[in-house]
Ligand binder design. Structure first.
Ligand SMILES: [Zn+2]
Length: 323
């Protein structure tokens, strides 16, 4: 019987003295629903009207449960109870695993049902002002609660936090410590506008760990770094803040549950999330000197986001009526 092409791997691992559990820690899927139901029906284990029962009671039986079920059937035992009990025992483990997976399909196909609960909460709107230090809290409130788009908010936040209402010529007169403080606040508040709740450490350094990089978003936004000679250029700097924050947003989207506002507020589709997930690991090109770096989807979209934010903020800037 061929339910899935992974069988030979399991067989080889068993022959080498490895139980299946030892090799199943990364993306080992369970049998496909349609194929399993077809198999059970072909072998006379169920009638067509029982396919739904299989779906409902045996989603997490896995290959081991399927094997036990077939064995029980051959031995004329109550194989349905065997499969259902095995599935029920696996269910809590599967739930914990699914919560960590970027998509349900890496463990169990949609034929078995929808086990990835979409999160409908609205965390992005809980904008907190208490920890704002260098900027004026009231003015940030005007940006965050003025009915602006996320793009307008992010662009306005970075302009306002960096200059505090002054002309951009003031930027070059600021000390490195002042620049660092303002960049830190701008970064934290843009992450807030993007719904990213990670605690972020922002630093301006003389050298970054990646050669040629002017800004870096590390560990999904836990650390955001800017290179000191790059932040001398004001327009480069505000673009980089939006860009690096978007990488942290992408990380949240890629490795968390789907939220509908990713689409309604930022135009990010589920398909986009899937594309970003492709552009990771060995398929992410970190060499800024290579053309691949510029065309890869995560980078090009972070650049587009920053451009959109700065353009849109310019359009609404005069309507903000700062104190
Ligand atoms: Zn980037």
């Amino acid at each position: 019987m061929t339910v899935c092409g992974r069988e030979p791997l399991i067989v080889r691992a068993s022959a080498a003295g490895l139980p299946a559990a030892d090799i199943s820690f990364t993306y080992l899927s369970v049998p496909l629903y349609e194929e399993t139901a077809d198999l059970l029906e072909e072998r006379g284990m169920i009638g067509a009207e029982e396919r739904e029962e299989v779906r409902r009671t045996m989603p997490f039986m896995g290959f081991v449960g399927l094997n036990l079920a077939v064995r029980a059937f051959v031995q004329k035992k109550d194989w349905r109870s065997v499969a259902a009990a095995h599935s029920a025992a696996n269910a809590p483990l599967a739930a914990a695993y699914l919560a960590q997976l970027p998509s349900q399909g890496l463990l169990i196909d949609g034929g078995w049902g929808n086990f990835a609960e979409d999160v409908t909460d609205d965390t992005r709107r809980s904008f907190d002002y208490d920890d704002i230090r260098t900027a004026d809290q009231n003015n940030i409130r005007k940006i965050a609660e003025g009915g602006y788009t996320v793009f307008e908010q992010c662009g306005a936040i970075v302009r306002y936090c960096t200059l505090a209402g002054a002309d951009s010529s003031v930027w070059e007169t600021l000390s490195p410590a002042e620049k660092s403080e303002r960049l830190s606040e701008a970064t934290r508040l843009i992450l807030r506008a993007l719904g990213v709740q990670t605690e972020t450490d922002v630093q301006v350094l003389d050298e970054l760990p990646v050669k040629g990089a002017g800004g870096l978003c590390c560990d999904g936004g836990k650390s955001i770094l800017y290179r000191s000679d790059c932040v001398k250029n004001y327009e480069w700097t505000i673009d980089a803040v939006c860009h690096e924050c978007y990488h942290a947003f992408q990380h949240m989207v890629m490795y968390g549950p789907w939220r509908e506002w990713y689409w309604t507020d930022l135009g990010v589709t589920r398909g986009r999330k899937a594309e970003w997930l492709v552009n990771t690991g060995k398929k992410y090109f970190p060499n800024v000197g290579s053309p691949s770096y510029y065309v890869q989807v995560r980078e090009s979209e972070a650049r587009a986001f920053a451009k959109d934010c700065l353009r849109d903020a310019d359009k609404i800037w005069n309507s903000l009526n700062f104190d």
